[in-house]
Design a binder for this molecule. Structure first.
Ligand code: MG
Ligand code: MG
Length: 249
């Protein structure tokens, strides 16, 4: 079942989303050569707590940290660690969820560390642009498949591939709600979008093949071929016109 949110609920989700954005900014500002992903996790935790909110991911299905830090060939769900030290040329996907006043915000962005390769820069840019291509179809009357197809078309047109095994999702009082929002598919298919639906649209794209593997820790998802991966995500609310971005300042 898809939960349609009231204006009051969407306002609460904007507040959770705002804290998500503040945490993202703090982490992005701290990213540099030599910092550990453990330290980035602490920064996000402190910012989220200082706003009276809770990190959505901490202890979610046993996830041990507050944010996901996914370096290079890690697609999503990288676990922050004192052993993961960022170095010049790395790319890192930061995924942050915030629970505040009964509602979740969820967003992700991928950043370069120091001087990154041209391919890495193009991959990061493509992930972000594909999100906007997708949400150009996120309005009442269109379907989930219209978002999915637009993302896939853009990413594959840039010579990259779309991850199939993990998808975007509805969210609200729960971090993951219906519907699923794949980053591939056919336009005209899937659930019809209605004003008041709130979804996280999150392209995960690989420089090489689309296949991924889950690591022995049960969380870390990597590209099967070792190629770089980038992730971009915002939580949005469907309206009759342009979608409302919730996880922004
Ligand atoms: Mg996320
Ligand atoms: Mg998400």
């Amino acid at each position: 079942m898809i939960n349609i949110k009231s204006v009051t609920e969407i306002a609460k989700m904007q507040k959770a989303g705002e804290i998500t954005a503040i945490a993202h900014r703090a982490v992005a500002d701290a990213i540099c050569e030599g910092i550990t992903t453990f330290e980035l996790d602490r920064i996000a935790y402190e910012v989220i707590k200082s706003h009276g909110a809770t990190p959505s991911f901490l202890n979610y299905n046993g996830f041990p940290k507050s944010i996901c830090t996914s370096v290079n060939d890690v697609v999503i769900h990288g676990i922050p660690s004192k052993n993961t030290v960022l170095k010049n040329g790395d790319i890192i996907g930061i995924d942050i969820g915030v629970y505040y006043d009964g509602y979740h915000g969820d967003s992700a962005a991928t950043h370069g560390v120091g001087q990154i390769s041209e391919q890495a820069a193009r991959l990061i840019e493509t992930a972000e642009k594909s999100f906007y291509e997708g949400i150009s179809h996120a309005r009442e009357g269109e379907r989930v498949g219209d978002i999915s197809a637009a993302i896939q078309r853009y990413v594959e047109g840039m010579g990259f591939s779309v991850v199939r095994d993990f998808v975007g999702h509805g969210l609200g009082t729960m971090l993951h709600e219906s519907p699923e929002v794949p980053n591939y598919g056919e336009s005209g298919r899937g659930a019809r979008l209605i004003a008041g639906m709130t979804i996280a649209v999150e392209p995960m794209i690989n420089a090489g093949l689309s296949e991924v593997r889950v690591g022995i820790d049960g969380w870390t998802v990597t590209t099967a071929d070792g190629s770089l991966s980038a992730h971009f995500e915002h939580s949005i609310a469907i309206t009759k016109n342009e979608p409302l971005l919730l996880t922004v300042l």
